[in-house]
Design a binder for this molecule. Structure first.
Ligand code: DGJ
Length: 665
């Protein structure tokens, strides 16, 4: 058994590796099989009730192989589902557990996918970090034993992302093989890589078993989240390109698939909680004058919310701050030709709130014990139907009343005391997953009631940036860290899986509020326009020169937005390997490309950097342009730019950057 490569392995019957699933019958006995396997081919992918999963048009075929594993005694049926997507070199996988018997079954572990293969020196690539340092890159060898990472924080987390990849030792950004597995899920997950004594390698990815148990009553079924497995013979960039296209075309809400994203202003780092209507109107006037298209009012507009200690749950506008209400501010903003956006944090409740006074039982808690606060707030119990109903009604009506076309949906703490007195004892271990299902129900209801509204997810920055949330919200606030140099690492790592069009990226003030560093405005602009460009600083106190520079950045962004948001993104130099970062975008016809090179330090008299580009048409002649006009119409063939490279101009300061445009003849 141990020698074998299993498709979906289980323990206790001679296979001693980390199992893909584990389950017991109502008497507490394991179910060891044997399983009778029946294949079935369908022309459509079966739905995953309550879970986001890859989208297909109604007219589209999504041929799916189902492997039914039937166990005779217990009535257990496990169905493994495989939907190949050749356009992305991908396979979608999920698993359904059904109880067709008369006794309850208890599920302890239900991975979305498991992959056994011989160990051949492969390495692991995954994303790790923390608040304000999300999705840094980690590449490691696979030693004998079990390695695992994941989240038990209730959300996919700042610490790890639900993704891992296998690489051959020689795989780089542009060549070599890579195999990725990513989960469409926003809650606790585990990723496991086990190399056993026989040098067999097993990868598992799915809901974290540590915080999971599920009772399957007779007639019930349980569906795992969907995993997206992708193969690239073209290195890590090739893997990213396939995931980027997959996420844009199969995950994001269809309405936003092709929609250009607006340049926004957000008042958070400009004012924090301390603002008044007149001041916001002044900021809006300046924003409009700079060319900004969307004005976002962040935290602090409701209840008595003058700090993070109160009012979550009391979603009525604070008239002392905003005498004209949201409508008054909104019409001022709209009269300046901009859209109006609003911050909300629906999943939370402050102890200091009207809602908590009325409904103290609505938060996740263990009866008789005080639930621990995080950022002074408690988490609403989304397993309760009445709580979900309240949220859906509250936020659909806010969106009906306020003239907003954008919502920033925040979530600022991890889950703790994860219990719901509304559920019976045997279902308490289900609360983590039920919370996620509840969240998806609420997100589905609110976003589909307002399909015109652009939602941006946020979780203390990028704490829940995953395909589950992106299914409802086509962009995400990548990190609370807005420092340009920190952002290079964060955005580089994030781009391994997620396309730039989902990454919110803002120019902020210097010294930077998170790390205290000062970087040039040009570099802050270049880092931010590498994602969805925004500005988050006191724009009313800028100098004339700074305003002019920002206007130029925004003009440039608008002019090249199609390329930046929908072009093929390629990483060239990694900030994890030195002081330089470079990346580029190429359009579908390979006629236009944009390159940005960043260097954290300036050194005296260094030889000029020659940067090898990628993704160009080798035969085409490209004209190089840069803002400093240093190239004066120099022309190079694509193969020269990709093999010999392009000589870059010098950076003129620490944290400098250079932006170059290539135009094919
Ligand atoms: C955390 C977010 O990441 C910030 O951008 C900001 O919206 C604050 N929450 C507001 O409380």
């Amino acid at each position: 058994m141990e020698e074998q490569l299993c498709e979906y392995g289980f323990a206790g019957y001679g296979d001693f590796r980390q199992p893909a699933f584990s389950l017991r019958d109502g008497k507490g006995f394991p179910i060891p099989g044997p399983f009778t396997i029946t294949p079935e081919l369908r022309t459509e992918k079966p739905p995953l009730p309550g879970l986001p999963s890859a989208r297909f048009a109604e007219s589209e075929r999504a041929e799916t192989l189902l492997l039914h594993m039937q166990e005779a005694h217990s009535g257990l049926r496990i169905t493994l589902r495989y939907t190949p997507l050749p356009d992305y070199d991908a396979v979608l996988r999920s698993v359904c557990f059904e109880n067709l018997g008369n006794e309850p079954l208890i599920l302890y572990r239900a991975m979305s996918c498991s992959l056994d293969l011989p160990y051949d020196g492969q390495q692991l690539l995954y994303l790790h970090g923390s608040w304000a340092r999300e999705r840094h890159l980690c590449r490691s060898s696979i030693n004998p034993g079990l390695f695992s990472f994941g989240s038990t924080r209730g959300i996919s987390s700042h610490q790890f992302n639900p993704f891992l990849a296998l690489l051959t030792p020689h795989t780089g950004e542009h060549s070599g093989e890579a195999w990725g597995a990513a989960l469409i899920y926003s809650g606790n997950f585990a990723a496991e890589a086990e190399r056993n004594h026989d040098d067999n390698l097993r990868l598992n990815l799915g809901i974290h078993p540590e915080t999971f148990q599920w009772t399957l009553a007779p007639g019930e079924r349980f569906d795992t989240p969907e995993a997206v497995l992708v193969y690239s013979p073209e290195g890590i960039n090739g893997l990213s390109d396939r995931y980027h296209r997959f996420i844009r075309e199969r995950i994001l809400p269809p309405r936003f698939r092709e929609a250009e994203r607006p340049v926004l202003f957000n008042n958070w780092e400009a004012t924090y909680f301390d603002f008044r209507e007149e001041q916001l109107k002044d900021l809006a006037d300046t924003a409009a004058d700079l060319g900004i298209e969307l004005f976002v009012l962040d935290d602090g507009w409701f209840g008595e919310r003058n700090s993070d200690t109160t009012s979550l749950g009391d979603w009525a506008v604070n008239r002392r701050k905003l005498p004209g209400g949201l409508a008054g501010l909104g019409s001022h903003i709209r009269n300046r030709g901009m859209e109006f956006g609003l911050w909300v944090e629906p999943e939370m409740i402050s102890r200091e709130s009207e809602l908590f006074r009325r409904r103290p039982e609505w938060c996740l808690h263990i009866p008789g014990r005080r639930p621990p606060e995080g950022r002074n707030q408690l988490v609403l119990d989304l397993t309760r139907q009445e709580v979900r109903k309240h949220l859906i009604e509250t936020f659909t009506s806010i969106l009906e009343a306020a003239p907003v076309t954008y919502v920033k949906w925040d979530m600022n703490r991890y889950l703790a005391s994860v219990a719901s007195p509304a559920l019976p004892p045997e279902r308490q271990e289900e609360v983590y997953h039920r919370y996620v299902l509840g969240l998806y129900e609420v997100m589905e209801a609110i976003t589909s009631a307002h399909p015109e509204v652009l939602f941006e997810g946020c979780s203390g920055g990028g704490g829940r940036l995953d395909m589950g949330v992106l299914y409802y919200m086509p962009q995400y606030w990548t990190s609370d860290n807005t420092d340009a140099l920190s952002r290079l690492k964060i955005q580089y790592g994030t781009s391994i899986l997620y396309p730039p069009i989902v990454m919110g990226a803002h120019v902020s003030a210097v010294p930077n509020h998170q790390v205290g560093r000062s970087t040039p405005l040009s570099t802050r602009g270049n880092a931010a326009l590498s994602g969805n460009l925004g500005y988050e600083l006191d724009i009313s106190s800028l100098s004339v020169e700074e305003c002019e520079e920002i206007r130029r950045q925004i003009d440039f962004y608008k002019k090249h937005r199609q390329l930046l948001q929908f072009g093929r993104f390629l990483r060239l130099l990694s900030p994890f390997e030195g002081v330089e970062t470079a990346w580029m975008w190429v359009d579908g016809e390979q006629r236009e490309a944009l390159i940005i090179w960043f260097s954290a330090y300036r050194e005296a008299n260094l030889p000029r950097r020659r940067l090898r580009l990628a993704g160009l048409d080798p035969q085409r002649l490209y004209t190089v342009q840069d803002s400093g006009r240093r190239y004066r119409g120099d022309r190079y063939r694509g193969d020269e730019l990709m093999n010999r490279g392009l000589l870059l101009p010098e950076v003129e300061q620490d944290a400098g950057s250079v932006r170059l445009l290539l135009q094919a003849e």
